[in-house]
Design a protein around this ligand. Sequence first.
Ligand code: FSX
Length: 316
Amino acid sequence: MALEEINLIWLEGLDCAGCTISIKQASNPTLIDIVTGAIPGLGGLKLVFNPTLMFEWGEDASKVLVDAMEGKYDPFVLILEGAIPDEARAKPGVYCAIGEYNHKLLLLDEVVDGLSKKCAAAVAIGTCASYGGIPSGKPNPTGARGLLDYLGKKWKGGLGLPVICVPGCPPRPDNIVQVLGHAVLAARGLAPLPELDEHHRPTYLYGDTAHENCSICGFFSGGVAGHGFGERGCLGLVGCKGLITHCNASATWMDGYGGCTETGSPCIGCADPNFPDPPTSPFFGDAPPIAYLKDFSRGLRTQVKLAIAAAKRRKI
Ligand code: FSX
């Protein structure tokens, strides 16, 4: 497989387009860095299909997908944003058509079926595409699923990689570009394959919880609780799910700015495979109290232990 030029085919299913908005904010590297080939090893990438960003429209846009299913855009990375509905439930209607060609609708599931047989790798961007996300929340009337469930954990692309998931609703901008960049570098033999956890998330980005990355976790270990948005204190009592959610967006969102708890909002667990169902919901009213009580007291115990150790050192 010649990898000097790699096409990117970005499909969009049931979603809000927030993931596309997110990637435009990436800063390390930026999209401009990538499309201008400024990053060593990442030249030759071409975004040939993205319904929000591409110039082509109508049948011209649909033709890219039809041609790609016939192998005319090999090698390409399949990128999915948004969940995949169960079209069998929609008959005689449809849930998700993403184009029309020769008077025939192109359904998302059919295009995913066709492209997943030919792609070099597949990356699910956002919690919807990874695990179903908001469109699959109970009672899930459309039978929406993420790509990991749709293709299965054993599925592998042409390069031998399974589905790579980049959850978050939406994911941090840099997470998206870094994972896509890493997949391309790995495909070219310039970087090791990304290590994935049981939910197919790259461990270097999703190995720690939002709590472990939290910029205000000093309040937690100090046992200082906030009781409202933006209040000084740990936001566990306003529903923060940082203890149970693997994510790195709590301290910063883009270019050192923002971040969920950093800006005074509790984590709502949007990167968790269960989102938006329990235990990530209700978002604000119901923290997992046992985890928090246990960990609040662990935080306080840590404080007491440190104080005793310090006192002993000073022979007080
Ligand atoms: Fe889903 Fe993307 Fe949530 Fe939206 O489009 S991950 S609804 S914020 O952003 O797919």
